[in-house]
Design a protein around this ligand. Sequence first.
Ligand code: SF4
Ligand code: MG
Length: 333
Amino acid sequence: ADPLVRVDSLVKHYDTRRGLVGRLTGRPGVLVQALNDVSFTVRRGETLGLIGESGCGKSTLGRAVLRLHEPTAGRVTFDGTDVTGLGHADLKAMRQRMQIVFQDPYASLNPRRTVAEIVGLSLKLHGLTRDRRELRDRVAAIIENVGLKTTHLDRYPHQFSGGQRQRIGIARALILNPDFIVCDEPVSALDVSIQAQIIQLLADLKREMGLTYLFISHDISVIGYVSDRVAVMYLGEIVEMGPVEAVLERPRHPYTQSLLSAVPQVDKPGPRTHVRLKGDLPSPLNPPPGCKFHTRCPLATDVCRTAAPETRTVGDGHTVSCHLVTDDVRLAS
Ligand code: SF4
Ligand code: MG
């Protein structure tokens, strides 16, 4: 089956000359490479998990897929339509089908609007209701779907807990009955005790409404729990991708191995990879040449410092970009 979302060679550069600091200082602009040639698909009904450290470009990617950020180059295709080429009106229509849930529900909810107004706003903007009564009914229905009560409709965001606010954010994303949701760190701002409830809610809604998710998180245990497939990002590039069992149980990229060795696995005895990262994530203002991971990779050799590795297939749908991975598997198609 054709994928719901196809991302081809997506590139996003920021030119700091356009920023305030660049203009004030008059310094020559620096090109920030936020996304560098990113390609992947999201199949209908699946959850593609996107994992990586903060600052690696995950949120930029999520927003570029929805065209909340304009990509510098590359293409996003949604259900057969080239989203990158759409004009304003067509993009607005397409947005009914592609929505986002943000990390910090409080920052993204207007404090002066009631829940009914916040959740109902996009129905109004898209001209989808005939009257106030119908608007109210549709908002009430989705509010109950996310586990809140209709008595909450006329309250304001500050009157809710963090978990409840994220339920409001989810209701706002779902009110247009979309097909695809970018969940950008939807539980990272929440207490651990609340995280499981919101993850379960997102899973239930996915099943009931036939949704497809791009699920962004820096937390590998969350990614392992929610994902069908996983993409691992490092400095604006996907370095490993594949089915969740393959990537998390048989990781091949040293970066993926380092992410996993930080997770205690008391219930999983047996040989463990111990890859310890050196140093911090380099600045995307000045990414290392060659393999971008070489400044922190304990296995780096000379070639890693000068040449970017090819992407090789190492198993069914499992791809890795590392010079050490050379067993290119040719699968019968
Ligand atoms: Fe490490 Fe080299 Fe592989 Fe990059 S290409 S992950 S530096 S071994
Ligand atoms: Mg982010």
